[in-house]
Design a binder for this molecule. Structure first.
Ligand SMILES: [Zn+2]
Ligand SMILES: [Zn+2]
Length: 271
């Protein structure tokens, strides 16, 4: 097993010293009850599942979910073989680490304006569902890729385009039982208020992502008005970032999101 000291520690804007131990990381960041969005080396993460779990335990997290990029992520989607292997690993680690509750899921990709996800066939195998837009995900067809992915990345979206993007999300939220939606407004602009309303109806939360948050103050105010709940996750791609939800907490404090609206700070996402 690779030791934490041997891993190159660089993640987004956060640069941790290579010698940073789990305990030191804990002092730097607020530790939530559970971290439900993390990656391993089965997608584009750098650490193994077991390294992530050990870090989660060292920090005192009570729950941990692995959520590697799902199948249609072009560069780093998990293979079916690795997905099935990971499922077996999770069962093994549940026995090895009874002090933490483990969940197996994927970060599903929204595939186009139909709102379909790329995990349809395996969604019953997952402990819960979460989804996001990823520019490197394959779409349902070339035409969908052009209209849904490419044009959103190349051109500044018109109001009409934003409404269309929003409709894709609304269809997705309606179709699936999502626990939360990941990093809204990342790569694709949406009407956050409309999405928050739909989330309230479906019991879906909005993620304050540990790497990137793209909400204006107006959007935060709009979301709060709907009564939607939030979840803070690390989106860690390396074990040392597991449980690091500082960005989400800081954002909440700065933008007036009451911490009691963040459901996984002191209790399970599933309570
Ligand atoms: Zn993502
Ligand atoms: Zn992610």
């Amino acid at each position: 097993m690779k030791k934490i000291e041997d891993i190159e520690i660089y993640e987004g804007d956060t640069i941790l010293d290579k010698s940073t131990s789990a305990v030191e990381v804990k002092e730097q960041a607020f530790v939530p009850y559970g971290d439900y969005h993390t990656h391993t080396n089965f997608s584009d993460g750098q650490s193994t599942l077991e390294e992530n779990i050990q870090q989660a335990i060292a920090l005192g997290l009570k729950e941990y979910a692995v959520s590697d990029h799902a199948f249609k992520h072009r560069a780093s989607g998990i293979t079916l073989a690795n997905f099935l292997a990971q499922k077996r690993q999770i069962e093994l680690f549940k026995e090895r680490y009874p002090q933490i509750k483990l969940y197996h899921t994927l970060e599903a990709n929204i595939m186009g304006y139909s709102g379909k996800l790329d995990v349809d066939e395996y969604k019953d195998e997952l402990d819960f569902l979460q989804m996001g837009f990823h520019k490197s995900a394959t779409n349902e067809s070339f035409a969908t890729w052009w209209s849904f992915t490419a044009t959103n990345l190349i051109f500044k979206p018109s109001a009409k385009k934003i409404e269309k993007n929003t409709l894709a999300y609304l269809r997705c939220i309606d179709r699936y039982n999502l626990q939360f939606v990941n990093h809204l407004n990342y790569g694709i602009l949406v009407n956050v208020k409309e999405i928050a309303k739909a989330c309230v109806e479906r019991g879906t939360k909005i993620e304050l992502n540990g790497k990137r948050i793209f909400f204006s103050q107006q959007e935060v105010d709009d979301m709060l008005e709907t009564g939607v709940d939030f979840v803070v996750n690390s989106d860690a791609h390396i074990a040392t970032r597991v449980g690091d939800v500082k960005l989400g907490i800081d954002f909440a404090k700065e933008h007036g999101i009451p911490l009691e609206k963040i459901v996984n700070l002191n209790k399970s996402l599933f309570n």
